[in-house]
Design a binder for this molecule. Structure first.
Ligand SMILES: [Fe+2]
Ligand SMILES: [Fe+2]
Length: 426
């Protein structure tokens, strides 16, 4: 492994990997107020920069100056601001009022329910996301009437890079140690990776695999939810990792494996999470690279953003039409906001680092998430969104909340044309 001035970690070889962005070893957070301010400044400046190319925004503070409120023709002039959403309210008439904040001040903007398209978009806006609005300021100077609302999103003309060759296998939520872990299916999967399938096409497919990426919840952990021990086969978390290491030693050495943690893993719960500790890594073979959550990684020319996906719980709860059955739809909402976990202080506990590791910039070719145990594949403006399923059958908790997992299904991405095949091992 080598590293450069930018802090990238390079793993050379036939199947090279470069870790572009990852909190591991860079955490600065001590939880003081000033750090929250720094964290939100970084979020605002990077997301507003993305929007700034598309509207001519002025600082919020300048709206208080009366000269901006009258156009040359005496009518009210259209102006634009970019702000972080600090409050979302409805008026008694059913219009939306958002409070927007930039480093110079805050301002209320009104979206009327008479403009269907605009109102529908406003109804999906989340707390703490950064948006741009255009409109006119009312005569009393206290409110903007919005005519246009934009999210950072992805430009329409974004060109995907040319890709690479070979295949990447995307999995997550293995949950080793759980009594619901589907070991038979998992062992079939390992046989497939080893090139021991009965069919020739499957053996050929296995031979083309260069990378395997795990997006969190490698083990079931302990004490993650009440009474979890009732559903554990392995009660010691280190023994769970030793068992996982035993499985991963079966994977052929030429396959580069990347492991990122999730909320069931033995690292801090606050995100961004660092890579699993050295003491756990030591049990695993040399072909495995441990990264944090989230992590932006380059696989021989293809950038993949790995995020466990805890914020999907927030997005399902707050955006109409986003569901656990179609998890890639939640990831699409992240891309529109160019942020993996827009709302602060909800289900995702976010550690206020100097840099906001959740900002989606630069754009990757692939975003790989997990966590919700359902499978989803979508494409959005040349970005491939994959939520891989799980290797755990339905747990008691999932029965209670009516969540039907999709276990033992494996998306395989062709790194040349981004075609996705899904293999079943159940
Ligand atoms: Fe999981
Ligand atoms: Fe999870």
């Amino acid at each position: 492994m080598g590293s450069t001035d930018e802090g990238y970690r390079h793993y050379p070889g036939k199947n090279p990997v470069t870790v572009i962005s990852d909190i591991t070893g860079h955490s600065t957070c001590i939880g003081e107020y000033v750090q929250f301010v720094q964290y939100f400044r970084d979020r605002y400046s990077r997301l507003s920069e993305i929007i700034r190319g598309r509207i001519n925004a002025r600082p919020i503070e300048s709206l208080k100056r009366r000269s901006f409120r009258r156009g040359r023709d005496g009518g009210s002039e259209e102006i634009s601001i970019i702000g972080m959403v600090s409050d979302v309210n409805s008026t008694t008439n059913g219009h939306k009022i958002l409070s927007l904040e930039d480093p110079t001040g805050s301002f209320s903007v009104l979206i009327r329910n008479t403009d269907n398209e605009l109102f529908e978009l406003a109804s999906r806006i989340l707390l703490d996301e950064v948006i741009g609005v255009t409109g006119s300021v009312t005569n009393d100077g206290n409110l903007m009437l919005v005519t246009k609302l934009i999210q950072p999103d992805v430009p329409n003309n974004v060109q995907r890079r040319t890709g690479s060759h070979g295949k990447a296998v995307l999995i997550s939520d293995v949950h080793v140690g759980s009594s619901q872990f589907m070991e038979d299916a998992w062992l079939d999967f390992l046989d497939f990776l080893k090139g021991e399938s009965d069919s020739e096409p499957m053996r050929e497919l296995a031979a083309s695999i260069r990378y395997l990426v795990v997006a969190g919840d490698l083990v079931d952990g302990i004490g993650i939810y009440p009474d979890q021990e009732m559903e554990l086969d392995i009660l010691d978390v280190y023994a769970q990792y030793r068992k996982a290491a035993e499985y991963f030693r079966e994977i052929p050495e030429h396959i580069r494996v990347i492991i990122s943690p999730g909320n069931h893993d033995a690292v801090r719960q606050a995100e961004p999470q660092p890579a699993l500790p050295e003491s756990i890594q030591a049990d695993f073979p040399q072909n495995i690279i441990f990264v944090g959550n989230p992590a932006l990684v380059d696989l021989d020319g293809v950038r993949i953003l790995i995020y466990h996906g805890r914020s999907i719980d927030d997005l399902v709860a707050s955006i109409p039409g986003v569901s656990y059955q179609e998890p890639a739809g939640a990831v699409l909402e992240m891309v529109k906001r160019r942020h993996l976990a827009p709302t602060y202080g909800s289900r995702v506990s976010i550690s206020p680092e100097k840099k906001d590791y959740f900002v989606i910039d630069p754009l990757p070719e692939i975003i790989h998430t997990g966590h919700v145990h359902t499978l989803g594949v979508q494409r959005y403006k040349n970005i491939l969104l994959v939520n891989s399923g799980t290797w755990q059958a339905q747990t008691e908790f999932q029965k209670r909340v009516n969540l039907m997992p999709v276990p033992a299904r494996v998306p395989i991405v062709d790194l040349a044309d981004f075609d996705v095949k899904i293999l079943g091992f159940d």
